[in-house]
Design a protein around this ligand. Structure first.
Ligand code: DC
Length: 238
């Protein structure tokens, strides 16, 4: 092994992974972005990858309830991410689809498609490759338990379902949509149930995750608790 290979290996071994898992509306994305900015880490929004694969499958006329995804279709879907500090750009082929991923339709389809083993398998490599190049804050459902079991710091954020539905409702109003609260609440409960009960990589806290209930905390409060944990674990003064 030459000097530069040794250096590369050493550098990669010391890269840091912080994982944040939890249900929709628990505040993961906002917190992940702010934490990443605070520590100068890149952001891996794994939900965006599931949304991108859903967008591509819907575009190929495969519905989430279809019996099977046609063989070989998944291998033709080229998803790549361009991570940045506190943000992430997602490309489908050469096209930046980051802005198209946020709709309720795509989120619902992503939740359904994500229960399929072949879909989860297709995304594993892309997620892990980001952590080979950068210090990251990775957020999703199975970051700590499955994708990055070796992560140095793992969090699981939760909040009671009414609070999460209220946050989601406010977000949709802000985007200019006119949702019914009762529908937002029931769709969120259905999504939680699906994400928690699927056979493969269900949404559960990793055994070594720090669980934080954000129901009555402000984003600043959550950020401060998490920064303290990261600082203590990595020996950084925050
Ligand atoms: O976090 P999000 O709403 O963007 O995620 C959309 C869906 O993708 C979510 O309902 C379940 C799935 N997902 C997953 O199965 N595993 C992840 N690590 C991230 C998201």
């Amino acid at each position: 092994m030459n000097g530069s290979t040794k250096r590369n290996r050493k550098q990669k071994e010391s890269l840091i992974v912080v994982t944040i898992d939890g249900p929709a509306g628990a505040g993961k994305t906002t917190i992940a972005r702010r934490l990443a900015e605070r520590f100068g880490f890149c952001m891996l929004d794994s939900g965006a990858l599931y949304r991108a694969i859903a967008l591509a499958l819907l575009g190929a006329q495969v519905t989430p309830d279809a019996e099977a995804i046609p063989e070989d279709l998944l291998s033709t879907i080229k998803i790549s991410v361009q991570p940045g500090v506190g943000r992430m750009k997602l490309l489908l082929g050469n096209e930046d689809v980051s802005a198209e991923l946020r709709s309720e339709e795509v989120g619902l389809a992503a939740s359904k498609f994500s229960a399929r083993p072949e879909v989860r398998k297709a995304l594993l490599g892309v997620q892990r490759s980001v952590a080979k190049q950068h210090n990251i804050v990775a957020e999703g459902r199975d970051m700590g338990a499955v994708v990055f079991p070796f992560a140095q710091v793992k969090f699981f954020l939760t909040a009671d379902s009414e609070e999460r539905a209220k946050r989601r409702y406010a977000e949709l109003l802000e985007k200019g949509e006119h949702p019914f609260y009762s529908q937002v609440f029931s769709e969120m409960r259905a999504r939680d149930h699906r994400d928690e009960t699927r056979d493969l990589a269900p949404m559960v806290p990793a055994a070594d995750a720090i669980v934080i209930d954000t129901t009555s905390l402000t984003p600043d409060g959550v950020l401060s608790i998490m920064s303290d944990h990261i600082g203590a674990k990595l020996g950084i003064v925050t």
